[in-house]
Design a protein around this ligand. Structure first.
Ligand code: GTP
Ligand code: MG
Length: 164
């Protein structure tokens, strides 16, 4: 099982998703500090909202195999800078939570995550449970080493198109 770190603003749904992935009943619990669990690292939203706390998130990224950038489906703005994914030497995925919300604007958050450089996006609701299994299975089955080899091969193919 890979270890994922959840990063996103306060209220984006990181803790609720952590609970849903563990098969627990979703209940509100404000995250006060980094919770380094068995396969999920849950971070407080303030750690990326406040510039001086960002370092703590960076340190815990090194504990993870996969970085999950979370956005609620009705997020009014994005905290993720364009192409920020390129700064990270881990697999970075996008996670859109709260797809059950009537105020959800899926194309808008998809666009923001893609601008950040994310290629793979999961859409889910921690409240209804829709899409949670797909994310769980990805975390269970993803092979970071195989992915690195595949990416390297693709870079070589683009760099040396005439090579046999
Ligand atoms: N409708 C709906 N509400 C959700 C969903 N996920 C989270 N929420 C609600 O959003 C609120 C905030 O969720 P949290 O999981 O605590 O958010 P967080 O990202 O952990 O926030 P911080 O700990 O402050 O960083 C809670 O009241 C949740 O019930 C979802 O998928 N659907
Ligand atoms: Mg939380």
């Amino acid at each position: 099982m890979n270890k994922v770190i959840f990063i996103g603003r306060s209220g984006a749904g990181k803790t609720s998703l952590t609970q849903a992935l563990h098969g627990e009943k979703v209940h509100y619990a404000k995250t006060q500090d980094v919770k380094n669990g068995d396969f999920v690292i849950d971070t407080p939203g303030e750690y990326i909202q406040e510039r001086h706390l960002g370092g703590a998130v960076a340190v815990f990224v090194y504990e993870s195999d996969i970085v999950g950038l979370l956005m609620s489906a009705d997020e009014p703005y994005s905290l993720f800078a364009p192409n920020i994914v390129n700064m990270c030497n881990r697999e970075v995925i996008g996670i859109v939570t709260g797809i059950d919300k009537p105020t959800a604007n899926i194309p808008r958050v998809t666009n923001w995550l893609q601008l950040a450089g994310v290629k793979r996006i999961f859409y889910l609701s921690s409240v209804t449970g829709e899409g949670v299994k797909e994310l769980y299975e990805f975390l269970r089955d993803f092979d970071p080493k195989a992915e690195k080899v595949k990416k390297k091969a693709e870079i070589m193919r683009l760099k040396y198109p005439n090579r046999v």
